[in-house]
Design a protein around this ligand. Structure first.
Ligand code: F0G
Length: 425
């Protein structure tokens, strides 16, 4: 076996399969034996037009799932996402060199597709009949799409009334069975774990180590796009902590393989009232938050499953965990949106985080920074519209853009239009 599951706590090894926790309670991670590739292999581009290697995930197959048969792969050519620079973002964050990698450009509109293509392909290899997840929205949208493509039944456990409409509509449209829990994401997460082991559903939350393998490719692709030049900081929104864990694993593996010679610092950014990981970082003790709150519903999580992997990553990269307010998240989102880049609220936590870390002097003005945008602007239209209409409680819409209503039958319509069009702003 080229790959095995290894416990991050006690080091016990397991054959790859449908277990995700060690008997000691620790999380499992995938370890690939005897992998010896150099960056020239991936840079040669010899695979780029051949199925499935045109995918920004499967291009790196040797580093994520070397033994998987190509026939098992369910892909939508995920990844290949753009990196943006914009003067407004430099000004906003007071940073000379900041770029945004937009994972909302994935096929179902979030980074989840990178992990999902691997987890669903593994479900196919295992002959699973059904897959399941708990979700704040994006995981469910992604799982529903990939499961439908693979012909698998899909069960989504979501907190009732708590997920953005764009995401709920995707899960319903792709045909997943949606089970709404009268509770929060953490309740849904507990329930789906119980249901999966009881009814033999294949769980595809980021507790599943294959999700992490797929999400490593955000880092692989980012660094390849930068000719393997390592930034000083990578900043990522943090909820269930799958991405933070995946980023750290990817970076350590690349360093071990000599693709890179130094590690960037990783900064995980949480929403202020949903910040158990921030509290762990500050107080050295993990305590779930019982009633998390934030407008960024994607990261409204009180008990992140991957906290133990993620805190190791922060230590190993000499990174930081920061928290930002809802007002700050929506302000940063409006900046990103008005650059024509656009993102959903949770994504903008990374940009708000960059601004705060700069203000605190943790990041230097000249540092080379990459923020990850995790979800598409269309995922949460309600919060975008309510921001511009000034309808969000405790949010100051500094960049408000209110629609103007005019009467098309007005006699002096030309005059009315002229007034609007010559107005500044
Ligand atoms: N940004 C977006 C847009 C997300 O959907 C999520 C997580 C995160 C950030 C946080 O990433 O969990 O890896 O720390 N969404 C999950 C879901 C929980 O169910 O869709 P993380």
């Amino acid at each position: 076996m080229i790959s095995n599951f290894t416990c991050i706590r006690c080091g016990k090894k397991y054959e790859i399969g449908s277990i995700f926790n060690c008997e000691c309670g620790g999380l499992l991670q995938v370890i690939h034996d005897n992998i010896n590739f150099n960056k020239e292999f991936f840079d040669s581009g010899k695979f780029s037009s051949n199925y499935p290697y045109q995918s920004g995930v499967w291009r790196f197959k040797e580093l994520i799932y070397p033994s998987l048969m190509v026939d098992n792969i369910i892909t939508k050519s995920e990844g290949n996402t753009n990196i943006y620079n914009h003067k407004k973002i430099n000004d906003y964050t007071d940073l000379i060199k900041i770029s945004l990698k937009h994972e909302g450009e994935n096929p179902t509109g979030s980074f989840k597709d990178r992990g999902m293509t691997v987890a669903i392909s593994e479900a196919v290899r295992l002959n699973a009949k059904a897959v399941a997840c708990a979700s704040t929205g994006n995981t469910s949208a992604s799982m529903a799409a990939y499961a439908a493509q693979a012909g698998l039944r899909a069960f989504v456990f979501i907190p009732e009334g708590e997920i953005a409409y764009g995401k709920l509509s995707q899960a319903l449209a792709y045909g997943a069975k949606v089970i709404q829990i009268k509770g929060n994401f953490d309740d849904a997460m507990k329930l789906v774990q119980e249901a999966s082991s009881k009814f033999g559903l294949y769980l595809v939350n980021s507790i599943n180590p294959w999700r992490i393998e797929g999400q490593k490719t955000i880092i692989f692709e980012l660094l390849q796009q930068r000719n393997w030049k390592v930034p000083d900081w990578i900043i990522v929104p943090a909820g269930n902590l799958g991405n933070t864990s995946a980023f750290g694993k990817a970076l350590l593996e690349l360093k071990k393989l000599n693709f890179i010679s130094k590690l960037p610092h990783l900064a995980s950014i949480q929403a202020e009232n949903s910040s158990p990981f921030y509290n762990l970082y500050k107080n050295k003790e993990f305590k779930p938050i019982i009633n998390p709150k934030t407008i960024a519903s994607a990261i409204k999580i009180g008990s992140p499953v991957s906290w133990e992997k993620a805190i190791n990553v922060i230590k190993e990269t000499n990174g930081v965990v920061e928290k930002v307010s809802d007002d700050h998240i929506m302000d940063a989102k409006a900046e990103v949106d008005q650059c024509g880049i656009g993102c959903e609220p949770a994504s903008a936590a990374s940009v708000a985080g960059a601004q705060i870390l700069r203000q605190k002097g943790i990041i230097d003005k000249k540092d080379d920074i990459v923020c990850i945008l995790t979800g598409n602007i269309l995922k949460d239209p309600d919060n975008t519209i309510n921001y511009h209409m000034g309808l969000l409680k405790n949010i100051k819409p500094r960049l408000q853009n209110i629609p103007i209503i005019i009467d098309p039958k007005a006699i002096d319509i030309q005059h009315e239009l002229k007034k609007i069009i010559t107005l500044k702003g």
